[in-house]
Design a protein around this ligand. Sequence first.
Ligand SMILES: O=P(O)(O)OC[C@H]1O[C@H](O[C@H]2O[C@H](CO)[C@@H](O)[C@H](O)[C@H]2O)[C@H](O)[C@@H](O)[C@@H]1O
Length: 267
Amino acid sequence: MIESQSVTDALRIAAERRHNCGFFFDFDGTLSEIRDDPSGVEPVAGAVAAVAEIAEHIRTVAVVSGRPVEFLRKHFGGLPVRLYGLYGMESLDERGTLWTDPEVVPWISAVADVAKRAVTELDPDILVEDKRLSVALHYRTAPHLRAQVERWGGDRAAEYGLAPLPGRMVLELKPPIRRDKGGVIRSATRDLDCVWYFGDDLGDLPALTALADRAEADPGFEVFRVGVSNPETGDQVAAMTDVIVASPRDLVPLLRKAGQAFTPSHT
Ligand SMILES: O=P(O)(O)OC[C@H]1O[C@H](O[C@H]2O[C@H](CO)[C@@H](O)[C@H](O)[C@H]2O)[C@H](O)[C@@H](O)[C@@H]1O
């Protein structure tokens, strides 16, 4: 458990402002350990319970992920937690209303085509994750194939008009619409005056940037950013966070502490 004055101070402020505070979580590499096979990934032990406890006491809790909402719902469905999937191309609010950005619909057939071609044209060691509104080309188990993924992905992006999005040992191809975690954070935090963000990956940078911009423009806005350490994203994420935890497992004690700090007997 990280013990630092900045965490203690930020928790105290969040507890004071809990009725106007939001906690936003990335999923892979933050609430779950990185695994070779994305389909078998589960949140780390204790993470969902800790998130649920926090959600009982503060205004907004959300998971903001590159995963589809359908995947996130398996773990967080039924909790008062908003789910933003596919970098904000779809979302599920606390009442269970599913929204898909209508701008992505015309791109579904292009994504399906690219996903099908990826399976036949790329080396079989590259794992193709078809997420319907985007496709992820994973080279985690075959890092030497990164150049092939980047070349093929770049060519298909140009051919179909899709946008390439690099991540941890993965290249995603998605519709070229203006949706990313930064846009999610800008709109979901508009009415909040206290926000915590937890992330580990390149896809989290727009969210961290949006929060830095808001903090600069609004001195009354309290932001606290927690990074999860990894050897793959260099120092870009670390440079934009206030504290770093060593792994998703090490995040759980901090989340439990937050849950305790928010319970009324504590505040
Ligand atoms: O925004 P996130 O919740 O972090 O999702 C980003 C991508 O995460 C997944 O890929 C990553 O995790 C996999 C499972 O541990 C790992 O095998 C892969 O190398 C990582 O890049 C997911 O599969 C993608 O669809 C998400 O976009």
